[in-house]
Ligand binder design. Structure first.
Ligand SMILES: [Zn+2]
Length: 460
C-alpha cells in the first residue's frame, strides 16, 4: 500500500523527549480552534500548547511546511486477530467468511497466532495513521488467547481498546442466536490484566447482541459489562437479521439503550431504531468498505444516521476482506452514498450528504466519543494526549492541494503519513515504523499464515 512517490530520506533519530511542530496546517477537530496554520508543543506526551510562534529550546522540531497535522485516526471496530490472514478473502461473501474464518481457522488459532495477528494488525494500523484501535476480539478460545491479544496491543505502542468477545470454537453455540451468555473470563481480564481505565490499553466488551444471540442474553451481557464498569459494542443491522430481530429496537423496548453502547454496521436497522439510537445517546460505527464489498450485509448507513443527528464513527472490520486504512473506508462511504443516489434516488436523494471535513470528523473525534476516550484523544486540544499524525502534502499524488481535507480524503494513502505519535511517542517517524522488531514480526506473520492456510477446509 505504500505507493509513496518520494525517495525515502535517511533515517533520523527517533525523538525521546518533547516535540515542537512548526507552521503546519492544523486540522484540529476541536470546534473552538477549527483549522489554522500554527504550532503544537508536546510536553510529557501531552499537547501543552497550540498557537503561533511557539518556542521550545529543548524540543525536537518538526518542520510543518507542506504538512497537515490532524488527530490520529480512530478505528472503532477491527477483528485485529485476523492480521496474519489479511487479504486472503478479497471478494468473499459471508458464507465464505464463515467457512474460512469461523469454522476452519478460528478453532485452529493458538495463543501465539492471536499475538502475531494482533501485533501485525496494530502495526499496520499505526503505519496508516490509526492511533486508536478498538480491537473487537472474538477469539477468546482460552484465557491464554485473551492474554496474548492484550500483550500484543501493549507491545505495539498503539492506544488500544481490547473489546473482549467470545471464542471462535464451537461457532454454532456462540453465533446464530445462541443461548450462552458472555464468557465469565472477562472478569479475570478486568481484575488482573486491564483494571486501569487510564492506561494506554483499556478494556471494553464486544457482545453478540440480539441478532447473534437473543435480547434476553444481551440484557444479561450488558448487565455484566455495566457491573464491570466498562462500555459495550455489538453488531446490528446485519443484512436480513436486521429487520428480522431488530437489535436496537428490541434493546430500546427493554429499556437498555444508553450512551455506553456502540452499534456496529446498522445497515438494515430501520428508521425507528436509528431514532431510538439517537435519543439514547448511543454511538454508531460505519464499516463502509466491507459493507460495500460483502454481498448482503447492507449499504453503509452514513446518510441515514446523519438524518437522525448521529455523527457516526468509522471502522475497518476485518483485513481479511478489506484494506486496513481509514482512507479506504472514507472513500467507500462516499462512493456507496453516490451509488445509493444512482440506484435508489427516492431514498438516498432525501438523505443528508457529507463532505471530506465531515469524514475526517467521523474518523477522529467521533471515534473517540464512540470509544469513550474523547477526554484524552480524538482532537488537537491542549491537555489531551498527543495522538496525532503528520500528513505530507508535497507528494505528487496530492500536490498542488486546493483543499486540504479533500486531498486527504480523496487521495490519501498510508505512504503520505510521515509521522505518527501516540501519547507523544513516535510510532512512525520520517515515514518508517519505529518498532524495533519488524523483521522478526514479519517472519512470525508468515509462519502463522502458512500454518492456518494449510488447515483442511471445514464444511459448513
Ligand atoms: Zn465486525
Amino acid at each position: 500500500m505504500n505507493n509513496t512517490t518520494h525517495q525515502p530520506e535517511p533515517r533520523q533519530p527517533v525523538p525521546s523527549g518533547d516535540i515542537l511542530i512548526k507552521g503546519a496546517h492544523l486540522l484540529t477537530q476541536d470546534p473552538e480552534l477549527g483549522e489554522l496554520v500554527g504550532d503544537i508543543h508536546i510536553v510529557d506526551g501531552k499537547i501543552a500548547a497550540i498557537g503561533t510562534d511557539l518556542q521550545a529550546d529543548d524540543a525536537t522540531v518538526i518542520d510543518g511546511t507542506d504538512r497537515a497535522v490532524l488527530p490520529g485516526f480512530i478505528d472503532t471496530h477491527r477483528h485485529t486477530w485476523q492480521g496474519a490472514v489479511r487479504q486472503t478473502g478479497i471478494g468473499w461473501d459471508f458464507a465464505a467468511y464463515r467457512q474460512y474464518i469461523q469454522l476452519t481457522w478460528g478453532p485452529e488459532y493458538t495463543p501465539n497466532d492471536v499475538y502475531v495477528g494482533n501485533l501485525i494488525g496494530a502495526l499496520g494500523a499505526l503505519d496508516a495513521g490509526i492511533t486508536t484501535l478498538r480491537d473487537e476480539s472474538h477469539i477468546q478460545n482460552s484465557p491464554a488467547h485473551s492474554d496474548q491479544a492484550v500483550a500484543a496491543l501493549q507491545a505495539s505502542g498503539i492506544r488500544g481498546v481490547f473489546a473482549y468477545g467470545w471464542p471462535s470454537i464451537d461457532s454454532n453455540k456462540w453465533m446464530l442466536r445462541g443461548e450462552a451468555t458472555h464468557p465469565d473470563d472477562i472478569r479475570r481480564v478486568r481484575e488482573e490484566l486491564l483494571p486501569d481505565d487510564n492506561a494506554l490499553v483499556t478494556l471494553q466488551a464486544m457482545l453478540r447482541g440480539p441478532e447473534l444471540s437473543t435480547t434476553e442474553v444481551t440484557a444479561k451481557d450488558i448487565a455484566l459489562a455495566r457491573d464491570l464498569g466498562i462500555r459495550s459494542s455489538m453488531h446490528v443491522g446485519n443484512g436480513p437479521w436486521g429487520p428480522q430481530f431488530r437489535g436496537i429496537g428490541s434493546l430500546g423496548e427493554a429499556g437498555l439503550l444508553d450512551d455506553d453502547l456502540l452499534f456496529i454496521h446498522c445497515c438494515t436497522s430501520d428508521d425507528e431504531e436509528l431514532k431510538m439510537l439517537a435519543d439514547s445517546g448511543a454511538h454508531a460505527s460505519v464499516s463502509a468498505a466491507i459493507e460495500a464489498v460483502l454481498p448482503g450485509l447492507g449499504a453503509p448507513a452514513t446518510g441515514r444516521l446523519l438524518k437522525f443527528g448521529i455523527r457516526p464513527s468509522l471502522s475497518i472490520d476485518t483485513e481479511a476482506t478489506v484494506a486496513g486504512d481509514m482512507f479506504n473506508v472514507m472513500r467507500a462511504a462516499l462512493s456507496s452514498h453516490g451509488l445509493g443516489i444512482t440506484f435508489d434516488p427516492d431514498t438516498y436523494g432525501e438523505l443528508p450528504s457529507f463532505t471530506p471535513r465531515d469524514l475526517l470528523e467521523f474518523a477522529t473525534i467521533a471515534g473517540a466519543k464512540a470509544s469513550g476516550l474523547d477526554d484524552r484523544t480524538g482532537s488537537l486540544t491542549v491537555g489531551k494526549d498527543a495522538d496525532l499524525i503528520v500528513f505530507r502534502l508535497d507528494e505528487f499524488t496530492t500536490v498542488p492541494s486546493a483543499d486540504i481535507p479533500a486531498s486527504i480524503v480523496g487521495a490519501g494513502h498510508p505512504g503520505n503519513i510521515e509521522t505518527v505519535l501516540v501519547a507523544g511517542k513516535a510510532a512512525k517517524w520520517n515515514g518508517r515504523l519505529t518498532h524495533p522488531d519488524l523483521d522478526h514480526i514479519r517472519a512470525q506473520g508468515e509462519e502463522s499464515r502458512d500454518r492456518l492456510l494449510a488447515t483442511p477446509l471445514v464444511e459448513g
